[in-house]
Design a protein around this ligand. Structure first.
Ligand SMILES: [Zn+2]
Length: 433
């Protein structure tokens, strides 16, 4: 590979970009994914690797070794986010970041998170091995505590990294045994009290791209093997309670009942109609769980509780549904002579990814001859947390049968290789000047 050719082309990477992309090795990707997967607290029953655990420590040590071999500048931050930098020709320019996470849910798969970390390492390996140096630095970030397996809060590592979480929040986040994230990080040998000084602030980073498995079925079912993410869905989540009166199914006349089941059934049917009537292009609404008390075949239901899950990639789509919920459910309650309570249980904001980065990734895909689909993400990712401080893009590769967060989660290595080529191509474009 002629480094000077790369430097002097009008297209900043030049004709030899393809040579660089051809270096992306499926074998090496597979090997690294397998070696990380060996470190699990539940051998034979999927990957259970929580942040700050022994398994986490082993994988970190291995990855730090890889970074050392690549000659990267490594820094582990206050809460354990690993930042490894391939210093560019012009170290004063803000770096381009890529990465994902290595922690898992209990009994999760090998690919969630790890795919993005290993692809980032593979992309940088190809650059280092070729002898080429980009103008801008490339930084790999291995995010801590993405899944929320310790503290029930997703993306705590990236939230801390960008200042969404303060030191105070680290004290408040506690695991099942009442141990705080601050304390666990400290016991792990970190310095959580440095979280403020370790923050990434707007301007510190030029761009961020995360490659991740889709965790849904679109790419696997409809193709192609690469998705370029435009937006990450947000949502509002509720528990709805209809409360009537339990009584004898045989002896209570129909006009004297306070039947929570009939009310809930009507409410669920009307919720579906409301979503169908008001939805924007990507709005979805789901009742996925229902509980009945006392749940006896010969007893009128006293209390029926069901969940509502409403999501969209634009806030308006969510609000159009939630604005009408209370009035609608109260009307149902009145009709059936019961009462209704709507209990909010959570909310997350939709995130639109950067037009600039989407454009760069699309262009990189076209120039590398890679087929792709523009799509949205239903799941949240570290990349979404980075949007307050930098321009963010995401690349998806297919999850076979859409399965994720389970031991049989799988993605073809050949698809990861394609995704990694796209990641490398985009990184080269972003770091050329
Ligand atoms: Zn993930």
């Amino acid at each position: 590979l002629d480094v000077d050719t790369l430097k002097n082309q009008n297209d900043p990477i030049g004709v030899d970009k393809q040579t660089l992309l051809d270096r992306v090795s499926g074998e090496r990707i597979k090997d690294r994914i397998e070696r990380i997967a060996e470190h699990t607290a539940t051998p034979g029953e999927g990957c259970s690797r929580f942040t700050y655990s022994e398994e986490d420590r082993c994988v970190r040590d291995m990855i730090l070794d890889w970074f050392d071999t690549l000659g990267l500048q490594v820094n582990v931050d206050a809460v354990g986010n690993i930042r490894a930098r391939l210093v560019g020709k012009n170290p004063d320019l803000a770096p381009v970041v890529t990465g994902s996470h290595i922690d898992t849910v209990p009994h999760g798969g090998k690919f969630d998170g790890v795919t993005g970390v290993v692809s980032a390492i593979e992309a940088v390996t190809c650059i280092v091995d070729s002898g080429f140096r980009p103008e801008r630095s490339i930084e790999i970030i291995v995010f801590a505590e993405e899944e929320g397996s310790n503290f029930g809060m997703t993306t705590a590592g990236s939230k801390t990294l960008v200042g969404t979480f303060s030191e105070q929040d680290l004290h408040h986040l506690k695991n099942e045994d009442g141990v705080s994230m601050f304390e666990m990080a400290e016991r792990f040998g970190l310095h959580p009290e440095h979280c403020e000084q370790d923050r990434i602030r707007p301007g510190d980073v030029d761009a961020m791209i995360e490659l991740h498995v889709e965790q849904s079925i679109v790419l696997d079912r409809e193709g192609p093997s690469i998705g370029i993410v435009q937006a990450i869905a947000g949502g509002k989540f509720y528990r709805v309670h209809f409360i009537g009166e339990a009584n004898h199914a045989g002896a209570t006349p129909m006009d004297m009942r306070k039947d929570a089941m009939v009310a809930a059934a009507n409410a669920i049917a009307r919720f579906h109609e409301l979503v169908m009537e008001k939805k924007l292009k990507d709005t979805v609404g789901t009742v996925g769980q229902i509980h009945c008390e006392p749940n006896g075949s010969n007893v009128i239901a006293e209390r029926v509780t069901f969940t509502l899950d409403i999501r969209d990639v634009v806030q308006e789509g969510i609000d159009r549904i939630t604005d009408d919920l209370e009035a609608m459910f109260n009307e149902v309650a009145e009709t059936f002579n019961v009462t209704c309570e709507i209990e909010p249980v959570g909310t997350s904001k939709p995130v639109r990814l950067s037009e600039r980065i989407i454009g760069v990734i699309e262009h990189a895909a076209q120039s590398a001859g890679l087929d792709y689909r523009l799509m949205n993400s239903g799941a949240v990712h570290d990349a979404a947390e980075m949007t307050p401080v930098t321009d963010v893009g995401m690349i998806f590769v297919p999850s076979i049968d859409g399965k994720s967060h389970k031991p049989d989660e799988h993605t073809h290595i050949s698809d990861i290789q394609l995704g990694c080529k796209l990641l490398l191509s985009a990184l080269l474009d972003l770091t050329a000047r």
